[in-house]
Design a protein around this ligand. Structure first.
Ligand SMILES: Nc1ncnc2c1ncn2[C@@H]1O[C@H](COP(=O)(O)OP(=O)(O)OP(=O)(O)O)[C@@H](O)[C@H]1O
Ligand SMILES: O=P(O)(O)OC[C@H]1O[C@H](OP(=O)(O)OP(=O)(O)O)[C@H](O)[C@@H]1O
Ligand SMILES: [Mg+2]
Length: 283
């Protein structure tokens, strides 16, 4: 049975659970359950702390995990990034008080930096030949400067609201650009059949969310122009209509482009353009 780790709490947990559920996997039935045996799908689902997932996967005790790229990079393990999941997007940045004189990374020399991600910060400092003291905190890192234990912080930023509320501002470039990812253990080959099936299922859900099915009728003489606008994945379906001067076309298109594409198709003569949501897919 393939062992898969999923966050039991935190920002990535709910989107990860929803993704697995839509991909047909069995979730836990109560919040105190730690492991789910999903025999029908040949997997065991382990609910673990987000920070620990890369540790289990890196050690090889768990085959696959869902975590954040920042957490993988911080974990000092052998786990390998396999696939991006397109949610949990964040950056990992340095920040200092708005009125502080720290405005560039060179000024971190000799300073105290509070963070929950010690390894990422230590690696960054070493790479930039800076000596600074890393102060480890488990969370709410934004409060550390005000409370006098650090001069600057390095933390996860999404909307920036938490930073602003703490009177901090970002300086320097983001150290890491993160999102939710699938990681695999070192012993799991990237072509491993179980991993490939798992990924295909997740991709199927992601595609069903980001693509829609488009149908339209088009005069025969404009089929080529229209098909160039909606090339689909492999190739669009073109079917004859009862009126032999017209054809019907069906193609998958990116959801965020559907209105632009409908306008373009209308311009080249398409009519009865309709969009249908995709319930599930395997690409
Ligand atoms: N506000 C956010 N928006 C998007 N992603 C975030 C946000 N906060 C954290 N993340 C990402 O979620 C992942 C897990 O972090 P999270 O803060 O949820 O875990 P945690 O700190 O262990 O849990 P908790 O904060 O509940 O103790 C990380 O990869 C991080 O980049
Ligand atoms: O830029 P924002 O949208 O404000 O989000 C960023 C905040 O979200 C996370 O905090 P979390 O709620 O996980 O608390 P924690 O610091 O205790 O981990 C992160 O550590 C930041 O503090
Ligand atoms: Mg957190």
């Amino acid at each position: 049975m393939l062992k898969i780790a999923v966050p039991n709490k935190g920002m990535l947990s709910e989107p990860a659970w929803n993704l697995l559920k839509e991909a047909g996997y069995k979730l836990r039935s109560n919040p105190r359950q730690l492991v789910v045996d999903d025999e029908a799908n040949g997997i065991q689902l382990f609910y673990l702390r987000p920070l620990d997932i890369a540790v289990y996967v890196g050690s090889g005790m768990i085959d696959i995990g869902i975590t954040g790229r920042d957490m993988l990079l911080n974990s000092q393990t052998e786990a390998v990034e396999q696939m991006s999941l397109g949610f949990g997007e964040s950056t990992f940045c340095f920040a200092a008080p708005r009125d502080s004189d720290i405005v560039q990374i060179e000024q971190l020399e000799g300073k105290r930096i509070a963070t929950s991600f010690d390894k990422i910060v230590a690696d960054f400092l070493a790479e930039h030949h800076l000596n600074a003291k890393v102060v480890h905190l488990d969370g709410a890192v934004e409060s550390s400067v005000q409370l006098g234990v650090a001069d600057a912080i390095a933390d996860v930023v999404s909307t920036g609201t938490t930073l602003r509320n703490a009177g901090l501002r970002i300086f320097g470039e983001p150290i890491v650009t993160s999102e939710a990812i699938v990681i695999r253990a070192p012993h799991v080959d990237e072509d491993d059949r179980d991993l490939v099936v798992f990924q295909r299922r997740l991709r199927g859900v992601m595609t069903a969310h980001s693509y829609v099915l488009m149908d339209y009728d088009i005069p025969l003489e404009h089929v080529e122009e229209a098909v160039a606008i909606t090339p689909g994945f492999e190739s669009p379906t073109v079917s004859p209509l009862h009126d032999s001067q017209w054809a019907a076309v069906r193609a998958m298109i990116p959801k965020d482009k559907m209105n632009t594409l409908m306008d373009q198709l209308y311009e080249v003569g398409a009519r009865a353009i309709i969009i249908t949501a995709i319930q599930a897919s395997r690409m």
